[in-house]
Design a protein around this ligand. Structure first.
Ligand SMILES: [Zn+2]
Length: 323
């Protein structure tokens, strides 16, 4: 976004103090899409965003040829199961927005994947709806009778004020225009309804420690990195209010971060582990063998719980209320 003088401003809070955090230093270090990107950051709300513009043709190529399509089979469908107890706490299992939706409400899950979240809600007496870009979801939806819109989220499909809850799990960071997405969410929520959002936290401890090697920059797929302040600003512009925000991070994420440090390739190449086409050296191969054993010690889990307790984990949960 630009101000009248053509100077870059924050797309979320319209702040004018924009710094270049990483200049042409981020790239697709998982699947090997070509190109270097800069990360811009707003000094006033701490929002980060990728300085990237894609045509719709480029986006289609990016998501079709590079982003992994799952080899999903309809027999693989399992409704998500409730989580509770000590091991769920240790794993950070409640990291997903959908787990925070109460029973017996009308809910829309944007980016519902293969309907496992819809199955979870349906088993708890909810009236469930989903949106999913991957057309494979249609087969599950048909078989189990879920109301899923295949394609991108379009608020015009639903009546205004229709839903008690809308959830977005690891979705909003992919949106080119998150304000447009949140305005749409706000429109279809009832007064008093809530949106629950999970998304990576680029102001957390691990992003500080690992810098441009942080796993969740995930350029150029992740375009927006929210802070508490930028989510509050975004919510306010869309008729919503940020009610609660905290970090709750899956303990597995630090395991993925550790192995990412070993397999991270040069620009333009796919990474071993993340891509079937990826190659890596002997040391990385040994690390890939040993890191699962280290993860079993639960040191990663305890570390993640401590970082979340300090509010500096890798995964945000945001609760937005419609007035
Ligand atoms: Zn800002």
């Amino acid at each position: 976004m630009f101000d009248a003088a053509g100077k870059k401003i924050c797309p979320l809070c319209s702040g004018v103090e924009v710094i270049v955090k990483y200049e042409n230093a981020l790239y697709d270090d998982r699947y090997g899409y070509r190109g270097f990107y800069s990360l811009l950051k707003c000094r006033s709300c701490r929002h980060g965003w990728l300085d990237a513009k894609f045509t719709s043709g480029e986006l289609e190529k990016l998501y079709t040829d590079f982003y992994p399509r799952s080899g999903f089979k309809i027999e693989d469908y399992r409704p998500a199961r409730p989580v509770s107890g000590f091991s769920a706490w240790l794993d950070g299992a409640m990291r997903s927005a959908f787990y925070h939706v109460p029973a017996g409400v009308r809910v829309l899950d944007i980016g519902c994947g293969f309907c496992d979240t819809l199955g979870y809600h349906a088993a708890r007496g909810c009236d469930v709806y989903g949106v999913e870009a991957d057309a494979n979801a249609a087969r599950v939806a048909e078989k189990y009778g879920f109301k899923v819109h295949i394609g991108l989220f379009d608020p015009r499909i639903y009546e205004a004020g229709f839903f008690d809850y809308v959830t977005l799990d690891q979705v909003i960071e992919h949106a080119a225009d998150p304000l447009e997405m949140l305005s749409g969410v706000s429109k279809i929520l009832k007064p008093g309804g809530a949106a629950i959002i999970s998304t990576p936290n680029s102001n957390g401890l691990l992003a500080r420690i690992f810098g441009k090697k942080w796993l969740h920059w995930h350029a150029p797929y992740h375009l927006h990195h929210f802070s508490r302040e930028s989510m509050a600003a975004a919510a306010g512009k869309c008729g919503l209010e940020l009610e609660r925000a905290f970090t709750l991070t899956p303990s597995e994420w630090i395991y993925y971060q550790q192995l990412h440090l070993f397999v991270r390739p040069e620009e333009g190449r796919p990474a071993a582990y993340w891509s079937e086409r990826g190659r890596c050296g002997v040391i990385a191969k040994i690390a890939l063998k040993l890191l699962p054993y280290f993860h079993k010690t639960r040191i990663n889990h305890l570390f993640t719980r401590a970082v979340d307790a300090a509010g500096a984990g890798d995964n945000f949960l945001f609760f937005l209320r419609k007035a």
